[in-house]
Design a protein around this ligand. Structure first.
Ligand SMILES: Cc1cc2nc3c(=O)[nH]c(=O)nc-3n(C[C@H](O)[C@H](O)[C@H](O)COP(=O)(O)O)c2cc1C
Length: 423
């Protein structure tokens, strides 16, 4: 397959993001990769777009590689997209995906911006990789980069069944299905049919004898025991969280999943802020017009991202329910995991700080955070802080700044180049 890496970073071959793509290139030698430094050559390309657009037309896959800049993409890439649209270019049926690095601050809006514009240009958008700028330096980050690209290839091959023999997996479908809700019932049945070889179980929240909604008494803070005697905490832990994957199935009500799901989510406070299902995939089956529900769509994604769960899909009609089933199967068989985005990274930092302060009271959470290394405070990175003091001292002297600037540039990319050599 011919892959064009459109490098949108103004830093050209000093781009950290590009190094993630080069790492992918190194590990997929069967594919033919080419890099075009579009961000750096933006001014020239604006006068004549053809060196970029000709290559885009020849490629089977266009891989946009760029840093997240201020909620979106760098202006150098932005203006090229603008120009392509002004010129009414079409890349009908061309596959695109994207790799970004950032600190996850509004990476979601940048990815969405690219998807929306590439769709306008006729492209088929495949989920991208939003990596932290340091991810390539860790084994986990490198694995995620390769798994991301393997997933892109699998999608482009038409999502074939994988031969991997693992499992059987247990999938729990949590729903608030009413008897008269025929459409939702049919979607649930279709999903089950599309998951052959899996142990699929349905938990209907309507059958659970909820004693009431969470009253915020904080009784559960030290040990996770809810004040209600209805057994919800045990039900949650044994019937739902133990499954290999959770699928939530509901009909859109009042721009939400409905009040019964709200009670279910609030009652999960007995689980505090412990992301006990992190690493396992999840999905939704939705009945109703989700395309009109901007807030609900955001909520569904944030709910998955906060839990550290790969969102395999949101099935709303026959095709997308089938697609959700194959992506869920793929995720289970390959243990597919993606980095968290702004929703999850931002949210978990809020909780990290909160639980640290409340450690004397929210004992179960504190224990979990300590055990799972979730107290990743920047204060702990003494080497980085010292390095920054040194760079700051050099940069505060004009003469030294001129001399040091190229070295800092080299120094910043040096460790990424080393990764490319060593791994
Ligand atoms: C102008 C500018 C804006 C940035 N805006 C964001 C941002 O909105 N969110 C974020 O997480 N990181 C932001 N960053 C950090 C970069 O995304 C990050 O350093 C990236 O890894 C650089 O990649 P590159 O070396 O490929 O250019 C910004 C950096 C610059 C210079």
């Amino acid at each position: 397959m011919k892959i064009l890496i459109v490098n949108g970073s103004p830093k050209g071959d000093h781009s950290i993001t590009l190094h993630t793509c080069l790492y992918i290139q190194k590990h997929f030698p069967r594919h033919d990769f080419e890099v075009l430094h579009a961000g750096q050559k933006s001014a020239a390309l604006l006068k004549d777009l053809s060196p970029l657009t000709e290559k885009m037309k020849e490629a089977d896959l266009i891989l946009f590689s760029y840093p997240v800049y201020t909620f979106l993409v760098p202006s150098q890439l932005h203006v090229l997209i603008e120009k392509m649209k002004e010129e009414k270019l079409s890349f009908e049926g061309k596959y695109m995906t994207q790799v970004t690095t950032s600190k996850h601050f509004y990476d979601v809006t940048a990815h969405r911006f690219m998807e929306e514009n590439c769709r306008d240009l006729g492209m088929i958008c495949l989920p991208g990789l939003s990596a932290d700028m340091e991810d390539l330096l860790s084994e986990k980050g490198r694995k995620q980069a390769l798994e991301f690209f393997r997933n892109v290839c699998w999608r482009m091959r038409g999502k074939p069944d994988l031969p991997v023999k693992k499992g059987p997996f247990e999938i729990v479908i949590v729903t608030d299905l009413k008897k008269e809700d025929r459409e939702l019932g049919e979607k649930i049945s279709l999903l089950k049919d599309c998951l052959p070889g899996m142990r699929v179980r349905v938990e209907n929240l309507r059958d659970f004898p909820f004693a009431g909604g969470c009253i915020g008494c904080m009784n559960c803070a030290p040990d996770g025991k809810c004040i209600y005697q209805d057994g919800f905490d045990t039900y949650l832990r044994e019937k739902i969280q133990r499954a290999d994957a959770i699928v939530y199935a509901f009909t859109v009500r009042d721009h939400s999943m409905g009040s019964l799901f709200k009670m279910y989510d609030d009652r999960q406070f007995c689980n505090g802020h412990r992301t006990v299902t992190a690493g396992s995939p999840m999905a939704y089956i939705v009945n109703g017009d989700l395309s009109r529900e901007e807030n609900l769509r955001l909520l569904l994604k944030a709910r998955a991202d906060m839990g550290g769960n790969f969102l395999a899909g949101i099935g709303t009609d026959e095709a997308s329910v089938r697609d959700t089933a194959s992506c869920l199967t793929y995720a289970l068989k390959t243990d597919y995991q993606v980095p968290r985005t702004f929703y999850g990274v931002g949210g978990s930092r809020i909780f990290r700080d909160l639980i640290f302060q409340m450690q004397g009271f929210m004992k179960a959470d504190h224990k979990f955070f300590k055990q799972h290394g979730l107290y990743d405070f920047p204060q702990k990175r003494k080497g980085t802080i010292l390095g920054m003091y040194l760079a700051g001292a050099l940069f505060s002297n004009d003469k030294l700044r001129k001399k040091a600037a190229p070295q800092i540039r080299e120094g910043m990319i040096g460790s990424y180049r080393k990764v490319l050599k060593d791994f």
